[in-house]
Write a protein of this length. Structure first.
Length: 139
């Protein structure tokens, strides 16, 4: 690799981090990015509410009550792509078990993430079971 040139995985994770800045969640901002087999960006996303959904400031104050209404960055990203289209999915956090199952269903073979959210680390087992390479890449 030429000096100073970042890898495709690093490009994807950096784009995921930038995408996370769009999240309206005051507690955890998560971003995701998908690259196809030609390493083109085919989608970026972030966690948040359904498009156009307006809520009061009070909604954001109780983290546990608002959690079920949040759409994960990975789910938002998968809604933008087709099965077998994505080579690398990068996410700022290790996907939860539900998102890991959905990623596996899309036949994505490489997931790159930056940080681990300690609530749910079952993704490691799900990815291993489904033959998905899972790499932590801190930037």
């Amino acid at each position: 690799m030429p000096s100073g040139r970042i890898s495709w995985e690093e490009l994807a994770i950096r784009l995921a981090h930038v995408s996370s800045l769009r999240s309206e969640d005051p507690y955890i901002k998560v971003g995701a990015c998908a690259l196809d087999y030609s390493h083109r960006v085919i989608g970026v996303s972030y966690n948040g509410l359904a498009p156009g959904k307006k809520v009061t400031k009070q909604f954001w104050k109780d983290r546990d009550k608002r959690r079920p209404y949040m759409i994960h960055a990975e789910a938002n990203l998968l809604s933008l792509i087709k099965r077998n289209e994505c080579k690398i999915l990068a996410c700022t956090l290790l996907p939860c078990s539900c998102c890991a199952s959905m990623i596996s269903a899309y036949n994505i073979k490489h997931v790159v993430f930056s940080d681990i959210y300690n609530r749910d680390t079952k993704a490691f087992d799900i990815f291993k079971f489904n033959g998905v390479k899972c790499t932590q890449l801190k930037i």
